[in-house]
Design a protein around this ligand. Structure first.
Ligand SMILES: [Zn+2]
Length: 462
């Protein structure tokens, strides 16, 4: 069993959906299996409401449950985009009727967001606030949209560094976790080109664009005392910029994704348009740097950026028009476990998808940990059995994925959400509506524990 102090051979007891010191009643024999806390995916796109052909809350959380992910944190670029407390609450109500596992919700920062809108989102229970650099807001559709044509009067200008700088006092006061899509829009505009081959993708979205955006928001965060969360870091240069921001005093957490840790540009020949995503999967040197940063504790969190599109949108078109993003929530935990085979760091990798996420997002002691009082979100993993990533075992509405064909030396045997069995030996047994909306605790969000204490190793201030 994985305890807050690491692995130990222990019994675990559950009562009324929570872990307790000891118990009586039904006994489940788990000998030979690993008991892990349910994983938390800090970065998913449910597409619901807005894009039912891509995904919905039931299919998203079915995929999560089958992969041992018992909490998902959903990004705000659904339709309508979640830019107010009322829309956050409406989305929560919709999800609560459909989800099989628990969920938290991100709020959106627009270039026109007022302090009142952002404070409203935070007090309503947003897990964080996200600004999409370079992405405009289409007023008539209430949708976040990527476009270079800003002369369209239906479009509100994307939020920029100035937006975040001006809102910094509000963001700092609210203690909200702030995330940006970190690719510098001007550099992307100047590098834009037809995407005929994968080399064009790398040239169109250079690592420097990631580094510049991180440097800029890092300065704002350090000066304005923001709590920053850097999503989907994909490059060596991006990591270096994040390190520099930490040394300058920014309070930031760093997230990367399994696709950046498991695939490189060389995989395009094998998986084709499945590899198309923003920021792009880059070189072997970037992958190596990201793996080192996970091992060195510079990267705190692994999340999937689960971003499903239909087969037609991904594969029915040329690379240039393929929608960016891949499903991934179902393979988050297995990806993290498999990385232990190439880089060790087992406890750290487990924490990167469990307790680190809970601590940073305000669920410390409630989620991502097997300890008395915490929600009994539990995964039984067989370390002596394999799982092959194949379309027929995927529960997302979209069966393709960037990790298709990969073999993991682990298998998920059973998954419990707040003590209820939701997945067992290949079968979903949970029911839609079981999932609950979870909101961050007030004053939360500092990483702690033996793995994360500054004295555990030389590291920059956080
Ligand atoms: Zn995303």
């Amino acid at each position: 069993m994985f305890t807050p102090k690491g692995f130990a051979e222990l019994d675990v007891a559950v009562r009324d959906g929570r872990f307790v010191e000891s118990g009586s009643g039904e006994v489940v024999d788990c000998r030979g299996l690993w008991l892990l806390p349910g994983a938390i995916d800090a970065h998913v796109h449910s597409r619901d409401p807005g894009f039912p052909e891509k995904e919905d809350w039931t299919s998203l959380t079915a995929a999560a449950a089958a992969g041992g992910v018992t909490t998902v944190l959903d990004m705000p670029n659904t339709v309508p985009a979640v830019d107010s407390a009322a829309l956050l609450e409406a989305k929560a109500e919709r999800a609560a009727g459909r989800a099989l596992v628990d969920f938290g919700l991100w709020g959106l920062v627009r270039s026109s967001s007022t302090p009142e809108m952002l404070e409203g989102l935070v007090s309503a229970g947003a897990v964080g606030l996200k600004a999409y650099l370079g992405y405009a807001y289409r007023r008539s559709q209430q949708a976040v949209t990527y476009t270079a044509a800003l002369d369209d009067t239906d479009l509100e200008a994307p939020p920029g560094y100035g937006t975040i700088a001006l809102l910094a006092p509000t963001l700092a006061r609210s203690r909200a976790l702030v995330a940006v899509h970190a690719e510098d829009p001007e550099l992307l505009r100047l590098c834009a080109r037809p995407l005929r081959a994968y080399d064009d993708v790398l040239a169109a979205r250079p690592a420097l664009a990631e580094a510049i955006a991180i440097a800029a928001v890092g300065v704002i965060a350090a000066a304005g005392h923001l709590r920053l969360h850097l999503v989907h870091i994909s490059s060596r240069e991006g990591l270096a910029a994040a390190d520099a921001a930490r040394i300058a005093g920014a309070d930031l957490s760093i997230e990367t994704c399994p696709q950046y840790l498991w695939t490189t540009e060389a995989d395009f020949d094998r998986v084709g348009n499945a590899l198309r995503m923003n920021p792009p999967v880059r070189t072997a040197a970037d992958q190596e740097a990201l793996r080192r940063a996970v091992a060195a504790r510079d990267i705190d969190i692994i999340a999937t950026d689960h971003a499903p599109h239909t087969d037609e949108e991904k594969f029915g078109v040329e690379l240039d028009r393929a929608h960016p993003g891949s499903p991934g929530v179902q393979t988050l935990l297995l990806s993290a476990l498999q990385l232990t085979r190439v880089m060790g760091a087992r406890d750290r990798l487990i924490r990167a998808v469990t307790s680190n996420v809970a601590e940073r997002f305000g669920f410390a002691g409630r989620k991502g940990v097997i300890a008395p009082g915490a929600d009994a979100d539990l995964v039984l993993v067989d370390p002596g059995s394999q799982t092959v990533v194949a379309p027929e075992s995927m529960h997302s509405r979209q069966k393709h994925g960037v990790l298709e064909g990969m073999t993991f030396d682990f298998a998920i045997r059973a998954v419990y959400s707040r003590g209820e069995l939701v997945f067992s030996d290949g079968e979903l047994v949970g029911t839609p509506g079981l999932g609950r909306w979870i909101r961050p605790s007030a004053g939360a969000g500092t990483l702690s524990g033996p793995e994360n204490s500054p004295s555990a190793g030389a590291r920059a201030p956080r």
